[in-house]
Design a protein around this ligand. Structure first.
Ligand SMILES: *Cc1c(COP(=O)(O)O)cnc(C)c1O
Length: 411
């Protein structure tokens, strides 16, 4: 259980039933959190926001004063962020960039690519050398400027760093990044003079998601050390090392936070130890998860084979996070006293209850074992930590229920 802020609670109680389910984003809380993250990071560490965590224009805009740029992972995200925040710094990542997406990114003036394979490097070189004409025939944005490349590598991760619950993107067979055995070949493609339009800026490694600060610092140290060896081997200077995102959001302990102060201090030690490259982090989940709430109401409470179930309006087709990650979404119960109907009001017993949605599948579970004695139809439930990988990863159209309404507080 976790308590919503007063403004979220007031809105969650006052929304008419017809506006439920609702996504409520507390932009004031988001700004406060992002400011704290920013101030915990030392000089020489840049902060990009991984837009895929939540690309709502209001969220992107609220983050703008606190971030150095945005990491986008598709042509769609790229066009969206460029339209919401024209002129912002963009890094284009993702394992399956199409030629059309790369060409569109070049035409928009994007000059920082996270390249995931030698094939992609060759494609980028060719498209940068022969840029398609700009729409309307004018000069292409950024024409003449070289295209910066960070090579994304799938580096080994020390045994024991990846706890259960963390999501490994690297250090094991994966479609992400360049295998370390091809690192030298990939660097040579950029340093042998064959791709004059491209400039090797540095190294990128996003190896795991869901790590606490000490583990993530250990990963960062090994990435930075590996990059330094690569640079020394090739006698090149690497100006940037992107150590990725993946800061832990602990859904079982919603009031805890990733220890940004310890992480920032560790990164400061890492940058001081070598007169080294600029470091960049690109978190998604840990920036926006806490500002979002999914608010709905109880439609029915029933007993089944000794267990209590509450069926809620909406479900995992709006908030897929607990189904995708296999956790119980933290929530708060907001009791509602009135009952507007002439038929009797369902109510549960004293025991814990499983909160499900309206979908005709046993997988539509938002949380199990919720202590909600006497929960009644008509009571409201506010699910916390719904600001990242929530609405935008959900299968909205399954069963054709209405979409949630969306509300931004503090805009
Ligand atoms: C998804 C992703 C991120 C953000 O990860 P979080 O776990 O949300 O912090 C950062 N970098 C890359 C390359 C990603 O794919």
């Amino acid at each position: 259980m976790t308590a919503p802020t007063a403004s979220v609670r007031d809105l969650a109680r006052s929304l008419p039933t017809g506006e439920l389910p609702a996504y409520v984003y507390d932009l004031g809380a988001l700004r406060e959190h992002a400011a704290a993250v920013r101030s915990a990071l030392p000089g020489g560490v840049e902060l990009y926001y991984a837009a895929k965590a939540n690309p709502e224009p209001e969220i992107l805009t609220a983050l703008a004063p606190f971030v150095d740029g945005y990491e986008v992972s598709s042509g769609g995200e790229l066009a969206h962020v460029a339209e919401v925040l024209p002129g912002s710094a963009l890094a284009f990542g993702g394992p399956g960039k199409t030629p059309a997406e790369v060409a569109a990114a070049l035409a928009r003036g994007v000059r920082r690519f996270h390249v995931e394979s030698e094939y992609e490097l060759r494609m980028l070189a060719e498209l940068a050398a022969h840029p398609p004409p700009a729409p309307g025939g004018g000069p292409t944005t950024g024409a003449g400027r070289r295209v910066g490349v960070l090579l994304r590598f799938n580096l080994p991760v020390a045994d024991g760093l990846l706890e259960s619950g963390s999501l490994a993107m690297g250090g094991r067979p994966a479609p992400f990044g360049i295998d370390p055995s091809r690192a030298d070949a990939a660097v040579r493609l950029l340093t042998d003079g064959g791709c004059p339009q491209l400039e090797l800026l540095g190294v990128h490694a996003h190896l795991a998601s869901g790590l606490a600060a000490p583990e993530l610092l250990a990963v960062a140290a090994s990435v930075v050390g590996w990059a330094a060896e690569l640079a020394a081997r090739h006698r090149v200077e690497l100006r940037e090392v992107n150590i990725g995102g993946g800061m832990l959001v602990d859904y079982a302990r919603p009031d805890s936070r990733f220890d940004w102060a310890a992480y920032g201090a560790g990164l400061a030690r890492l940058t001081a130890a070598r007169r080294g490259p600029l470091l960049r982090v690109e978190p998604g989940r840990s920036l926006t998860a806490y500002c979002g709430w999914y608010v709905t109401d109880v439609l029915n409470v029933k007993h089944s084979h000794g267990e209590e179930f509450a069926v809620l309006r909406g479900g995992t087709h709006h908030l897929r996070t607990p189904a995708a990650k296999g956790h119980d979404q933290p929530c708060a119960i907001l009791p509602v006293d009135g009952w507007p109907h002439p038929w009797p009001r369902p109510a549960g017993g004293p025991g814990p209850v499983t909160l499900t949605g309206q979908l005709c599948t046993p997988k539509d579970v938002l949380a199990r074992g919720v202590p909600a004695p006497g929960l009644r139809a008509g009571d409201r439930v506010a699910f916390a930590l719904a600001g990242a990988y929530a609405w935008n990863i959900s299968h909205h159209d399954f069963l054709m229920h209405p979409r949630p309404t969306v509300h931004f507080l503090g805009s």
